[in-house]
Design a protein around this ligand. Structure first.
Ligand code: ADP
Ligand code: ADP
Ligand code: MG
Length: 667
């Protein structure tokens, strides 16, 4: 086939995908001066990728097969908008050889390999046959055409149990079963075939020796249409749930320089066997000693940003340049590995309920700024809806640093500073996962998450955590009152070094729970928190918007907003609303007279929840302020009447500004 017809310069690119990857591709395409065309389903009319593109075309109803998987409609959308090229992203039609061929037949450049290469490498069986010929080490097993029970049973016996029964066309961990004995084989094949037929329309199976507690290591490669092929180092994606990646990093902390070169050379050999063009990934499992080829993905991968951050290469830019027919801009020895990058996949899902996807409207979406080594590839914004029709991945958070430890710390900080509400997300789970001591020391395998799930999803706060935070907030509040509004932030006045030694007692409630009592010892000498019989050591360092905490040897960062006796906390283990009780009982006294409700911190009024003249119960919500990326509801201090409201939605208010006046009913 004449490659100049396949790969040539174009000005308008259609992105046949949605979500974060569509947004990611549009960003680079625009930076390269291209015109971008998005496509969308009826469920995605208001989606972020539609808003980002120069033009957008409606494909059809929400169901993927009526929209994002509809080849005819996609080709038609390209024709209508004058698009000359198609980027398939990942998932959907990205590894579909018929789609690549249909693009070619319609005179479009397909940003990816040719249909022939995809056919050769897209099926796990086909690619294994090719790799075997090229001398790349495989997991022992069977990948032949014959699919009768006797052949598969014999193959399993020969590989030796446990084996993995895998759909040749599989992806995303589907159509895969571990089989531990001959008796389990028959039923496993039947069920894997059923799943594969439904998911991929193809139920051919292969058998692999099951590598016990393996690691997943993969190599990014890219080839151009002029015969150049490069490897861009490896990624380690061992932290998986249900055979799907959750955390990915580059380089692999498991390999030394010699092993790195061996696996990269094997990957180049694998891709070289089909003169591969485009970006692709060669995946391996490792038993700690050897690495074995498992499959090739003939597309850009979800986790490509970690490779970008350690090489400084924009992989989408390179994909587009290859699609233009250009030669790759660097030679193998010019590709340098710099530092370490870790990525976390942020999903709308509930880790405590078997990772069940969560759908609904995203009411709050605050992610930290992309500074200090942090990168965020998102496909959603505040107010967007997560629909049940598509993958529930919302965004990827990626951190780079000179070392792995610092990259993990930066990623964790980014996760802790994220505030996403309205749907359930896996953000606290991700945070617990990357700070797990065994992840730190890289003592992991692909079964790690499953084994540690209870630890990783325990929603309950660490012992003493809330108690300490509540006490700290109470002290901060006192100090702020003492400073009489001279400081901009309460944290500026926060001091932990009073002369001598102090012991203080506090009492507070979590939500509507029972009152709890604690005491705090601090000042000169080590600080301790006493809860009943227990005494826990701690240190506190105040910072903007909260404090860094080390409690019983565990370090974390806490964001806190104080309003009167209400305290909103975001800690390592979750998000909590607390209320502290004044120890002298002042707050239970009957109040009379007028009380001004003032802004506890500078913020924006985001909701007014009661009308002037309204009768209020004690604790009734009056208005909501957004303070430091968190919402804080101001409430009636006692039963009474809302005499006046002195602000409206959208007002930006300074600390101490009067927002409402409540008059006690005096009953
Ligand atoms: P990797 O790219 O590393 O192989 P996965 O296999 O988990 O990672 O992700 C790719 C697969 O996940 C796709 O084949 C698809 O099934 C699913 N997927 C994830 N996100 C999307 C998305 N936004 N659109 C379509 N499919 C997606
Ligand atoms: P998919 O197309 O779903 O990505 P893969 O063949 O890449 O399928 O396998 C997905 C995951 O399953 C791997 O990352 C690894 O964790 C596990 N796995 C695959 N093959 C084996 C094997 N032979 N032994 C043990 N685990 C395996
Ligand atoms: Mg895979």
């Amino acid at each position: 086939m004449d490659r100049s017809k396949l790969y040539r310069r174009f000005r308008t690119l259609l992105i046949a995908n949605r979500g974060e990857i569509a947004c990611r591709v549009i960003r680079t395409a625009r930076a390269m001066g291209l015109r971008t065309v998005a496509v969308y389903s009826e469920a995605d009319r208001d989606a972020m990728h539609v808003a980002l593109a120069d033009e957008a075309v409606l494909l059809g109803p929400a169901r993927a097969r009526d929209s994002y998987l509809n080849v005819e409609r996609l080709i038609e959308a390209a024709r209508k908008t004058g698009a000359e090229a198609v980027h398939p992203g990942y998932g959907f039609l990205s590894e579909n050889a018929e789609f690549a061929q249909a693009c070619y037949d319609a005179g479009l450049v397909f940003v990816g390999p040719t249909a022939e290469m995809m056919t050769a490498m897209g099926s796990k069986s086909g690619s294994k046959a090719l790799m075997e010929k090229a001398g790349v080490p495989l997991v022992p097993g069977y990948h032949g055409d014959a699919q009768d029970d006797a052949t598969l049973a014999k193959a399993a016996e020969k590989a030796g149990f446990p084996v993995l029964v895998k759909a040749s066309a599989g992806g995303g961990g589907r159509g895969m079963r571990i089989v531990r004995s001959a008796a389990e084989l028959g039923p496993a094949i039947v069920s894997a075939k059923r799943e594969a037929k439904a998911a991929f329309g193809d139920d051919r199976m292969l058998i692999e020796k099951y590598v016990d507690n393996p690691r997943h290591i993969e190599v990014q490669i890219i080839g151009d249409s002029q015969g150049n092929l490069l490897s861009l180092f490896e990624r380690e994606c061992t932290l998986q749930r249900r055979h799907q990646k959750v955390i990915e990093e580059a380089p692999s902390p498991t390999l030394n320089a010699v092993q790195r070169e061996t696996v990269c050379a094997a990957a180049r050999k694998a891709a070289g066997a089909v003169n591969y063009v485009g970006a692709g990934t060669i995946e391996f499992v490792s038993d700690g000693k050897d690495v074995f080829f498992i499959e090739m993905n003939t597309r850009l991968q979800v986790e490509h940003p970690v490779t970008e951050l350690i090489t400084g290469i924009d992989l989408v830019e390179w994909q587009l340049r290859v699609a233009f027919g250009e030669a790759l801009p660097l030679k193998q020895d010019e590709i340098k590995l710099n530092g370490h990058a870790v990525e976390a996949r942020v999903y709308a899902e509930n880790p405590t309920k078997n990772f069940m996807p969560s759908v609904g409207k995203i009411s709050t979406w605050r992610l930290p700024a992309e500074t200090g080594g942090l990168r965020i590839d998102a496909g959603y914004r505040e107010g967007d809806s997560v629909s049940p029709y598509y993958d529930a991945m919302l965004a990827k958070m990626i951190a780079w640093a000179p070392t792995r430890d610092v990259a993990i710390d930066r990623l964790n900080r980014g996760l802790e500073e994220s505030d996403v509400r309205g749907i359930v997300t896996n953000i606290p789970f991700l945070s617990a996962l990357i700070t797990h001591p065994k992840v730190r020391t890289n003592a992991i395998d692909t079964g790690f998450i499953e084994r540690e799930l209870t630890v990783l999803t325990s929603a309950s706060p660490a012992p003493g955590e809330l108690e300490l935070c509540a006490a700290v907030a109470a002290i901060v509040n006192e100090e702020r009152q003492a400073a009489q509004g001279q400081a901009n932030s309460p944290w500026q006045t926060f001091g932990w070094q009073p002369v001598g030694r102090r012991q203080r007692n506090f009492s507070f409630r979590v939500g509507h729970g029972p009152e709890q009592k604690i005491s705090l010892n601090y000042g000169s000498g080590p600080s301790t928190l006493v809860i009943g019989e227990r005494e826990l050591a701690f240190t506190i360092a105040a910072k903007d918007g909260g404090f860094d905490l080390a409690l019983d040897g565990v370090k974390s960062s806490v964001a806190a907003v104080i309003a009167g006796h209400e305290l909103y906390l975001r800690t390592r283990t979750g998000r909590f609303d607390l209320h502290w009780v004044d120890q002298f009982g002042g707050e239970t006294e009957e109040q009379t007279g007028e009380d001004k409700i003032a802004a506890p911190l500078p913020g924006t009024v985001v909701a007014v929840l009661a009308e002037e003249g309204a009768k209020l119960d004690k604790g009734a919500p009056i208005l909501t302020l957004e303070v430091m990326k968190m919402e804080q509801t101001l409430r009636a201090p006692y039963a009474g009447v809302l005499k006046s409201i002195k602000c409206k939605v959208g007002d930006i208010v300074q600390e101490g500004i009067e927002l409402a006046v409540v008059e006690a009913s005096g009953e």
